[in-house]
Every structure is written in C-alpha cells, then in structure tokens.
Design a protein around this ligand. Structure first.
Ligand code: ZN
Length: 260
C-alpha cells in the first residue's frame, strides 16, 4: 500500500523497482486484488506487506501467484495494540514503530542486493535523521496542549498507535477495519461522547466516505477540522504524498484543531 511504497522508495532509491498494489487515497482493508497483482507478485524478488491482519487478502494472493521468494512483514517486532480480541494493524502511525519498519526493510534490501549495502545504509541513516527532526519540530507545537483536551474524533479506529505515542484519545464510530458500517447506536455513542467531553476536533479520513462524520458534525455543531491520512497517502499533489508529509499534516492538523 502507498505508505509502504514510499518508505521502500526512500530506502531503496534507484536500486529498486517498486510495484504497489493499493494506491493513494485507497482502502487496503477492503481491497479486491486484480489478476495483474498476482502476476506482479510472481515476478517479484521481494514482497513486503504490513501484516497484523491489515491486508488479509495478501496471503491468498501470494499463495495463488506461486511466489516462492522472501515475504517481509514490515511490522515484524512491533508491539501490537489490541482492541478486545482484535489486533490493531495501523502500527505505521507511530514514529517508534516506523523505525522498526525501516530497520526491517533496510535489512531485507541489503540481503537481496548486498552490492548496494552502503547506499541502503546511507539512505536508512538519512531517513531516520529526518524522522527525528520532524518529531522534534512537531513536539514543540503539540506540547502546549493540556492532556485533558487531547480528544479527537475520526471515521475509523486507525490512530490508536498515534494516540498512545502522543497521548491523544481518538474516538470513532467504526472499529479497526472498514468492513462494517457504523450502526445508529455507534453514532449515538460518539455524539454523546463529543457532547460530554466538549470535543473540538473532528476529522474525516482520506480513505473512506465522509458521510457519517458529516452527520456527526452537523448534529453536534462541531466543525470538521479537515482530513487525516490514516491508511493511505495523498496523491502527489496532495499534502501527504510521503510518509513524513503525512505525519506532519496529521499532527499539525490535530494541533491546530485542539488549540482552537
Ligand atoms: Zn484502517
């Protein structure tokens, strides 16, 4: 999916050719593989997926393609968050976790093409440096928000890892996946929470229909604070066309809404 595509491109540079299956602004939970996807996998030297149950359709796709090379689960080694019995797959929404993804991918690229090991290591170090710089930059603006005010409403539960890392509570009418629609009861519960906690920050997401969130906004009188990028990047012209830009956009938008 597009977030992994960008990370692999940052690390691999001109030494890798990437075929991405789920594009920008698209929902990988509910993706329907195309016949050309199996062909792409069959011809690959390395297949990289998020894991944690995010792209459940990949297992069958890989088996059907006859692919026999390495499959890298980019989230390997991450401490998974649970919601009841369900694993939260959105681990990329944490700077600590993305460092683990980056280490895993760098290791796999070096194993695949040891002749470019120095280039991959250099790119790895530059990427980590940029992540640290971004984190410090965003922290400066964010730290002034009182912890009790850090409540944000989104379409589905995609920000548990970000919330844990940045001490933000996220509320959503739909759970960890997008395979179910919000019930009237789910919506009523979120509306009730918004009123009780005087929530000021409400965001639509780039991968799903904004209808439910717009209804919640109109019933509570809380303005939609913009769009968060949860499970996919934006188009190249958009504000979140790279991993770093996505994290900057999301955290700056949340900071602005919570400071209001
Ligand atoms: Zn999701």
């Amino acid at each position: 999916f597009s977030i992994l595509q960008n990370i692999v491109a940052e690390l691999g540079g001109e030494h890798v050719h990437i075929v991405n299956l789920v594009g920008p602004n698209s929902d990988a939970h509910m993706y329907q593989p195309k016949p050309s996807d199996a062909v792409a996998i069959a011809h690959a030297d390395l297949v990289i997926l998020n894991g944690l149950g995010f792209e459940g359709w990949m297992t069958r796709l890989i088996a059907n393609s006859g692919y026999k090379n390495t499959v890298l689960v980019a989230s390997r080694g991450v401490t998974a968050r649970m919601q009841g019995e369900a694993v939260d797959p959105h681990a990329w929404q944490s700077f600590a976790n993305i460092r683990i993804y980056i280490a895993n991918i760098t290791q796999s690229l070096i194993a695949l093409k040891p002749e470019y090991a120095r280039a991959f290591s250099r790119r790895h170090d530059a990427f980590i440096h940029n992540i640290t710089a971004l984190q410090n930059d965003l922290r400066d603006g964010f730290n002034n928000i009182p912890p009790g005010k850090r409540v944000v409403v989104t379409s589905h539960d995609a920000f548990g890892y970000l919330g844990h890392e940045w001490d933000i509570q996220f509320l959503a009418p739909v759970g960890l996946s997008t395979d179910t629609e919000a019930s009237a009861e789910d919506i009523a519960k979120v509306i009730n929470d918004i009123r009780q906690r005087a929530v000021k920050a409400l965001f639509i997401e780039n991968i799903n229909n904004p209808r439910v969130l717009e209804r919640i906004a109109s019933e509570t009188g809380v303005a939609v604070g913009g769009r968060l990028y949860s499970d996919a990047l934006s188009d190249v012209d958009g504000p979140a066309s790279t991993y770093l830009d996505m994290m900057r956009h999301n955290i700056e938008a949340i900071t602005l809404a919570l400071n209001h």
